[in-house]
Design a protein around this ligand. Sequence first.
Ligand SMILES: [Zn+2]
Length: 119
Amino acid sequence: MQNEQVTEKGRCFVCNAAVEVKPLNPNEVRPPWFMNSLTCWHCRKAYPPSLIKACRDPFHYCLRVRGIQGIIEFTRARINGDWVTIWDDDNELLIDGHNYPRGFDIHIHEIIGCADAPL
Ligand SMILES: [Zn+2]
């Protein structure tokens, strides 16, 4: 029997595009954006891996936005094209001294950096 590669098929959980993913070699480690789900190549190139993870796996994340002082901490995100909405389900979402309980929309091009599980 030939060594056939089985592909996973499904929908990108960020943009809902149809995706097929070839299995990795046994020694490869899956990057964070896999997270037991499928993400298309467009989304992998367009968005930070930790931000993609925040859409699927609520936890503790932070990001920096151009023009806003300091770090913004959040627990989950939703990406919609060039925009991402972030929420903090554990604490107040404080940005420049204001609280945003209904989330805060950020243009993806204004994000300077994003991280998963900052200490
Ligand atoms: Zn996608």
